[in-house]
Design a protein around this ligand. Structure first.
Ligand code: PHE
Length: 342
């Protein structure tokens, strides 16, 4: 009689369904070994018939089970082999996170594009400035409060050049770019200068020691305050919407004369008065004015022939007003949940 252990080890070495079928036929098919043995028991005595028949049927049952088990194993192996070699195009893909421009840079780009549309070009200057460019040539005298160590980051000249006696600062505004441009080019000039600026300030909801400005400068014959007013009024409407009102309020900057600040109607309360505009209905937007002839003297422009206007605005401030954000720090914290909204 066949030994079940031998059959089991034979089955477990089989690798294909076809071979497995051959094994099935070999043992339990119509002409199989077991079927044959079963038909031979008729020659035995009744007692032997019973015993041998039972044994053969047990072996047959066991072989059926083993074949079924092996069949499933072969099937599983072939599925996983198939999966490794092919791509299931019906599976949904992993969503791709798409990067975005930071809201401050988006705002910067919007402002830039508006002025590029007016015919302005883009100028740049260094973040580290000589005292002369950041202050002196802009008619900010030695005793002016904004030179105070409280507001300005001074860089030890020794760290840059041991022989230099010139004081170096991190620029506190983008206005020094005005000087660089006028030293280099003759009028007519129409430039904007976007960039980072630095002030010795502690961080809170509306202050940062590093922020962004866009400077504007136009110099030509016959430029008047009306030109400045027109350009900035149209800018406000393009930036914040055609129905938004703006107003000019007298102010003071050493490098412009006369000077003004532009306010716009509070977007939150539409001019009625709320906590954002401190109940005035207006919010401060930017500083501007007609270029002070003293500045022209520093760059050797003919003050009889040329006039000009300049303006400077804080990008953080504009972005906060535009998107209704009440804390500047949100721009710097890189919280993706915040940034993804823009
Ligand atoms: N530089 C000024 C500031 O930082 C803004 C300004 C620029 C004002 C140009 C007038 C003209 O506040």
């Amino acid at each position: 009689m066949i030994k079940i252990e031998d059959v089991i080890s034979e089955i477990s070495s089989i690798l294909t369904q076809e071979e497995l079928e051959k094994i099935r036929l070999k043992y339990i098919g119509r002409k199989g070994i077991l079927t044959d043995e079963l038909s031979n028991i008729s020659k035995l005595s009744i007692e032997e018939k019973k015993n041998t028949g039972k044994k053969i049927n047990e072996i047959k049952q066991r072989i059926i089970e083993e074949i079924e088990k092996r069949k499933n194993e072969i099937k599983r192996a072939s599925i996983s082999e198939h999966a490794e070699n092919s791509i299931d195009i019906t599976l949904s893909g992993k969503p791709l996170e798409i990067g975005k421009i930071h809201p401050l840079m988006q705002t910067m780009d919007e402002v830039k594009n508006i002025f590029l549309g007016f015919g302005f070009s883009i100028a740049t200057g260094p973040d580290m400035e000589k005292d002369y460019y950041n202050f002196t040539a802009l008619n900010i005298p030695k005793d002016h409060p904004s030179r105070d160590i409280q507001d300005t980051f001074y860089i030890k000249p020794m760290e840059l050049d041991r022989n230099s006696q010139e004081e170096i600062v991190l620029r506190t505004h983008t206005s020094p770019v005005q000087i660089h441009v006028m030293e280099k080019y003759k009028p007519p000039i129409r430039i904007i200068a976007p960039g980072r600026v630095y002030r010795h300030e502690s961080v809170d909801a509306s202050h940062s020691y590093i922020f962004h400005q866009i400077e504007g400068l136009a110099v030509d014959e016959n430029i008047t305050f009306a030109d400045l007013k027109a350009v900035l009024e149209i800018f406000v409407k393009k930036m914040f919407g055609g129905e938004v009102l703006s107003r000019f309020r007298p102010s003071y900057f050493p490098f412009t004369e006369p000077s003004a600040e532009v306010d716009m109607q509070c977007l939150i309360c539409k001019g009625i008065g709320c906590s954002v505009c401190k109940q005035t209905g207006w919010v401060e937007l930017l500083g501007c004015g007609m270029v002070n002839p003293k500045v022209f003297e520093f760059v050797k422009y003919d003050t009889e022939k040329y006039t000009g206007y300049a303006f400077g605005m804080g990008i953080e401030r504009i972005a906060m007003l535009k998107y209704g954000i009440n804390d500047m720090r949100l721009f710097y914290e890189n919280d993706l949940e915040f940034l993804k909204q823009f």
